[in-house]
Design a protein around this ligand. Structure first.
Ligand SMILES: Cc1cc2nc3c(=O)[nH]c(=O)nc-3n(C[C@H](O)[C@H](O)[C@H](O)COP(=O)(O)O)c2cc1C
Length: 367
């Protein structure tokens, strides 16, 4: 009998061979937004992970929307050509049915930062910083830039940038697009009443605060009607008075009505004051609540790293897919390991086929 984790799923007309996703992960290794040799290695590696869904990293729709100088973008012809080249290579080694998605984003007030391994935090004056923008002129933290609040016309221009980047993603060969409405980046800065204190049509009521993401969804849907469209949302801000589960359910309903086919349920990232209770599967209840409340397929994420744990999340109907980030960095063959755990078929590239008996041996030895 096929385990729940290895049941295929179709989202927005796009079929995935199993319920395992590689979560998007910034590599901070791009050159002016273009994928580099590091990405070639990384995407090819993830293509052979056994995950049916590979969501590559946060990809910014304009240069000033990058978190760091090394962030990936889809704002130039060079970016598009590099993404196409890199994706073509990944596809050549991926088992049939593997689908690749681009996570479109804008960092807003969290842009112009150092890479994590350079210490993170805002770029200093001698590190080529750039001015940042947001819903309101409220800094993320003390010592961070106070963003310039976007004018109405600039908001509309940014919505069009998402649509342009989506067209580039389609031409580069991606199968689906994920809108990044999580982790305190620009879309979430509009959603949260803490970072959005506008009094125009983009702020105030939840309906107004979600207008930015709803309009982006409409514009992207129109720009690339052939691509499946999903989104990642911080379902809970973990700050008193912040965006919370009931708000997320309303946003999920609105996005579903605009054609969003799945919601990846993450949390936090908009405030250094957040009280985020980390632990195994710490966000699964959020995926469950949104799935029930908005009747939309959800992807659970956050400290899911054990095949049995992942299987139970799907089998118990708490989410429709699971996404793993750090586990795939630690073990780029995690999907094979899950398959071996449950006696499911493994589809290695022929060059790697002889590793399968070793994998099975390890699973057996671990009991
Ligand atoms: C190196 C790294 C880069 C990340 N970059 C992104 C990103 O580009 N977009 C995003 O939505 N989340 C990003 N995340 C968050 C992960 O997708 C994931 O939600 C988080 O790590 C929790 O999952 P995990 O416990 O399986 O690692 C990143 C995480 C890591 C470790």
């Amino acid at each position: 009998m096929t385990t729940s984790l290895f049941q295929p799923i179709t989202l927005g007309g796009l079929s995935f061979p199993n319920r395992i996703a590689v979560a998007p992960m910034c590599q901070y290794s791009a050159e002016d937004g273009s994928a580099s040799d590091w990405h070639l290695h990384h995407w090819m590696n993830l293509a052979m992970s056994g995950a049916g869904m590979v969501t590559v990293e946060m990809t910014d729709v304009e240069r000033r929307g990058r978190i760091t100088h090394g962030c990936l973008g889809l704002y130039s012809d060079d970016n598009e050509a590099a993404a196409r080249r890199t994706l073509d290579a990944a596809r050549r080694v991926a088992p049939p049915g593997t689908k690749f998605g681009s996570q479109l984003a804008h960092a807003g007030r969290k842009a112009s930062n150092r890479r994590p391994w350079e210490g993170g935090g805002p770029l200093a004056a001698d590190q080529d910083p750039w001015p940042v923008v947001s819903a309101s002129a409220i800094a993320y933290d003390t010592g961070w830039q106070v963003p310039q609040a976007l004018e109405d016309g600039e908001v509309l221009q940014l919505i069009e940038r998402f649509a342009e980047a989506a067209r580039r993603a389609e031409r580069a060969g991606f199968d689906f697009i994920e809108l990044h409405a999580a982790h305190g980046y620009l879309i979430f800065q509009f959603l949260s009443p803490l970072s959005n204190q506008r009094t125009d049509r983009w702020g105030g009521s939840l309906e107004n605060r979600m207008r930015f993401v709803v309009e982006i969804t409409k514009a992207v849907r129109k720009a690339v009607p052939g691509l499946m469209l999903g989104a990642r949302l911080s379902v809970k801000e973990w700050v008193d008075g912040g965006f919370d589960v009931e708000d997320a359910i309303e946003v999920a309903k609105a996005l579903k009505a605009e054609g969003i086919a799945y919601l990846c349920c993450s949390s936090g990232g908009n405030s250094p004051l957040q009280q985020l209770p980390s632990g195994p599967g710490y966000q699964v209840h959020l995926a469950e609540a949104v799935r029930k409340g908005a009747d939309i397929p959800t992807r659970a994420v956050g400290l899911i790293d054990d095949p049995q744990q992942a299987e139970m999340i799907i089998a118990d109907g708490r989410a429709d897919m699971v996404a793993l980030a750090r586990a795939f960095l630690a073990d780029p063959r995690w999907g094979w390991r899950a398959a071996a755990t449950f006696g499911e078929e493994i589809h290695p590239a022929p060059q790697l086929a002889r590793s399968v008996t070793t994998m099975r041996h390890w699973i057996k030895a671990a009991g």
